[in-house]
Ligand binder design. Structure first.
Ligand code: SAH
Length: 223
């Protein structure tokens, strides 16, 4: 890479990323670890070159195959909710897309598993994550509505596509003490937090509605 190109990346990356983090803080993201994670991942790596100048705007952008990279605010918000101020051990993401949220998660969890149903998107994500040399991530081409039973239970599950209802499989793969964030709905979508709580007689799931969101749909099967 030429030095001009390197300088170019410096311009679109470091300072712009700091500004993005400042904006997220103003928008109400309080968790310092989450903010630091977003500050450390070069978002422009995950979008096509033609869009890289817009990579740090607070908007979702197309990543091909009719899918989008989520806006920085929602990535930060979901990460903050999942963390709940504590380090995460094993996290499952449904909907890898371009891998940006996956990369952010790799900074706040020990192990990250991410499942994507569109194979060429998964290949792209793999390339991006390799470029950033993030080692604690495992990707799988599969239908995420089934979760990832072979690696369960997870202390965090994050779904980055909107479900019509909360898949039973995901509830079953959530560890006691674990948290899941999942957008639910079709035209009108709401972000839900599901907590798997220990009780005297066993455990129960507690559900809370957080805020209105806009995600691409969670679909069954693979392609
Ligand atoms: N996490 C991404 C968001 C990608 S958009 C980010 O950081 O920006 C949501 C992704 O979910 C799409 O790539 C879509 O193909 C995928 N998806 C939808 N239904 C799925 C399913 N059942 N299993 C796995 N991935 C799914």
């Amino acid at each position: 890479m030429s030095s001009t190109a390197l300088r170019g990346i410096g311009m679109t990356s470091q300072r712009t990323r700091e500004r993005m983090v400042g904006r997220l803080h103003e928008q109400g993201i309080k968790d310092e670890i989450t903010l630091a994670a977003l500050g450390s991942i070069a978002r422009h790596i995950f979008v096509d070159e033609a869009l890289s100048s817009r990579a740090y705007e607070d908007s979702s952008l197309p990543i091909g195959f009719g899918q989008t990279i989520s806006q920085p605010y929602i990535v930060a918000r979901m990460t903050e909710i999942l963390r709940n101020g504590k380090p995460l051990e094993k996290v499952l993401e449904i909907g890898t897309g371009c891998g940006y949220q996956t990369a952010v998660l790799s900074k706040v969890a020990k192990e990250v598993y991410s499942v994507e149903r569109i194979r060429p998107l998964l290949m792209k994500a793999r390339g991006h994550l390799r470029e950033l040399r993030l080692a604690n991530i495992k990707l799988k081409h599969a239908d995420g509505t089934m979760g990832l039973p072979e690696m369960a239970p997870f202390d965090g599950i994050i779904v980055t596509a909107a479900a019509r209802h909360i898949p039973q499989e995901l509830l079953e793969q959530l560890a006691v003490g674990g948290r899941m964030v999942i957008p639910v709905g079709t035209d009108e979508q709401t972000l839900y937090l599901i907590e798997h709580i220990k009780t005297t007689s066993g455990s129960e799931y507690r559900q809370s509605k957080l805020e209105a969101v806009k995600f691409v749909p969670l679909l069954g099967g693979t392609s």
